[in-house]
Design a protein around this ligand. Structure first.
Ligand code: MD3
Ligand code: FE
Length: 206
């Protein structure tokens, strides 16, 4: 089908200690990754979870693999209902982790976030995964978004990084527990994903 990357080679941008942006790493795999998202969403539709504080999240979520993320204190729950993490997704995530210096990454789950216009994610840490020595691999597809990257304290100053279609970020070691978030999505239409931004995060949750 389309290949939005035919004349742009990927490059790397170190972001912080343990974190690296693999710009355009997705290359021509964007169609296949988007097809995987749609296949997973057929089985487990996108839903807006309620935060422990009682607010409906503006981001819609689904996922697949061995663990399901719940928005409350429970964190992850072993999950046999959803599709397994496919060989294709596993290979993609491991390839990205290896390119970023994490050759031992063994993902068991992925979480998929869908941002519509004005959807955002407030500053948070990802610490419900059992083994925090394993990195997280995140893949951005569709509309661009401003990513906020802070420190180990919520009040630490944040830097802004634009994440664009095909960018992959790998977070481990010193960056694994850094606060991060996404600014409200600006309106637009992307040739592959239409009015949305999708983010897939690969994790070893259990
Ligand atoms: C930094 N997702 O699902 S991806 C999330 O774009 C999440 O949907 C955002 O934060 C999104 O939890 C940001 C980038 C990301 C993912 C995991 C991280 C950054 C991270 C874990 C630790 C530090
Ligand atoms: Fe996160």
């Amino acid at each position: 089908m389309f290949d939005f990357f035919q004349d742009e080679a990927p490059w790397q941008e170190p972001l912080a200690s343990g974190a690296v942006i693999l710009r355009r790493f997705v290359q021509g795999d964007d169609d296949a990754l988007f097809a995987e998202i749609n296949r997973i969403a057929m089985q487990s539709p996108f839903i807006h979870r309620i935060t422990p504080g009682g607010f409906k999240m503006s981001v819609a979520m689904t996922g697949c693999g061995a663990a399901q993320w719940l928005s409350g204190r429970e964190g992850y729950l072993a999950n046999t209902e959803s599709l397994p993490l496919s060989e294709r997704l596993t290979a993609f995530a491991r390839g990205a982790a290896t390119a970023a210096g994490y050759p031992d990454f063994v993902p068991d789950s992925c979480l998929i976030n869908r941002y519509a216009v004005d959807s955002k994610m407030t500053l948070h840490q990802d610490k419900n995964e059992r083994d925090l020595h394993q990195p997280i691999v995140s893949v951005s597809l569709g509309l661009p978004a401003v990513f906020l990257f802070g420190g180990l304290d919520r009040s630490d100053r944040t830097s802004k990084v634009l994440l664009e279609h095909g960018d992959v970020v790998v977070w481990g070691r010193e960056s694994r527990l850094c606060f991060h978030g996404i600014s409200p999505l600006k309106p637009g239409i992307h040739p592959l994903t239409g009015p949305y931004r999708f983010n897939i995060t690969f994790r070893k949750a259990l």
